[in-house]
Design a protein around this ligand. Structure first.
Ligand code: HEM
Length: 357
């Protein structure tokens, strides 16, 4: 199957209306629908994250959702000095030294989990990515929980939160279910509560959901487009993160009025909702991955946002994906079966089964 055709299924089957709306409006740099502005243009996407003051606690935004679930005061929903202090600690743990320290955690796991490919057996890369993310988060947060348990709790909390924050009619009890799922995760990470419980919970959710979404989609694309010859180049992971855009849409709310830099201008008022389409800012919809001629780093980096809140886990995510691709490459794997996860917080595969070719 063509790589792009297969990957499109994760959007079409999980968020059909949203994806259709984004595709229908993408030729215009920014489109206003009532109090919501869809932002497709790259410069406007960056301006939406860096130049328009944002209300980081507003409902329906990443910060708002994270704050409501965990009791608040997390990186996503912080501003100014508090944010800078919390970022410093996280950035240190996720810097070059921190990532090298964590790396043996996942390379050991990958060695073990990918071994069946050598005997002609199949491997489902979704549980592998989940365990890898769970194990890494446990090591990062220095908690004694196994990777599968942590990842399962984090994915359940994220999926329940996504259901509770979807616009439209909700089934009764979704908010309570989301709270309970988050409490279960917090109890694993910080059994005696404490100040760090909310931050640890948010970090675990941010790390696990993105990794479970990103790694199998990137691997499927590499299988379908037979990109294994590039597995030793860091550009392969960057280009696959660009075309899969694991967090395709960043919902944000303006705290103050501003202007998006698009031809003819696009004023934004305080309280307006901006849907910042990372997928289009990255040219994911029209430019296939080319590890021999990758897009400039300043564009590829937008998969991780921009400005003071840009993803502190980017280095970890890139290194992990590069390791997965490098360790898969000798098997030249192909996709045997793929099933979409319709209930996940981010467009994801529910299972992605590969075997050596
Ligand atoms: C492929 C994997 C990942 C992708 C695509 C991704 C993407 C993003 C994006 C787009 C943002 C918002 C940036 C903004 O508002 O400008 C973000 C924030 C964040 N990410 Fe990631 N992320 C990934 C992996 C991770 C990992 C592995 C961790 C932790 C170990 C992590 C931790 C965070 C945190 C804590 C924030 C909030 C930062 C703040 O508000 O200051 N992410 N991520």
């Amino acid at each position: 199957m063509r790589a792009r055709t297969r990957d499109r299924r994760v959007y079409l089957l999980s968020h059909p209306l949203l994806f259709a709306l984004l595709a229908a409006t993408r030729r215009r740099p920014a489109v206003r629908l009532g109090r919501t502005v869809l932002v497709h243009d790259r410069e406007a996407f960056v301006a939406g994250l860096t130049r328009i003051p944002l209300d980081r606690t507003a409902a329906g935004t990443t910060g708002g959702a994270a704050g409501r679930l965990t009791g608040g005061d997390l990186l996503f929903d912080q501003n100014g000095d508090d944010h800078r202090r919390a970022r410093r600690d996280t950035a240190e743990a996720l810097g070059a030294t921190g990532v090298s320290r964590l790396r043996p955690t996942w390379t050991g796991l990958l060695n073990r989990c990918l071994k069946p490919l050598a005997d002609g057996a199949t491997v489902d890369l979704v549980p592998v990515a989940a365990e890898m993310a769970g194990l890494t988060a446990a090591a990062l947060l220095e908690v004694d929980v196994d990777g599968v348990t942590l990842a399962t709790a984090a994915r359940a909390a994220a999926a329940a939160a996504a259901r509770a924050h979807l616009p439209g009619v909700r089934r009764p009890g979704t908010a309570r279910a989301a709270r309970q799922a988050t409490e279960r995760l917090s109890a694993l990470l910080a059994p005696d509560g404490g100040d760090h419980a909310a931050l640890a919970t948010m970090l675990a959710v941010a790390a696990v959901t993105t990794t479970v979404a990103a790694v199998p989609r990137a691997a499927a694309w590499a299988c379908d487009a037979q990109l294994w010859a590039y597995a030793d180049r860091p550009a392969l992971a960057d280009e696959l993160l660009r075309v899969t855009a694991p967090t395709p849409l960043l919902p944000r709310v303006a705290a103050e009025a501003g202007e998006l830099p698009v031809p003819g201008g696009c004023p934004v008022r305080a309280g307006d909702r901006m849907l910042l389409v990372a997928r289009h800012a990255l040219d994911a919809h029209r430019l296939d991955p080319d590890p021999a001629r990758p897009v400039p780093a300043r564009i590829a980096q937008l998969a991780f946002g921009a400005g003071t809140h840009a993803c502190p886990g980017a280095r970890l995510a890139r290194t992990q994906l590069a390791d997965v691709l490098r360790m898969l490459a000798p098997y030249r794997p192909v996709v045997v079966r793929a099933r979409v996860d319709r209930g996940a917080a981010l467009p994801s595969w529910r299972s992605l089964v590969v075997r050596a070719s």
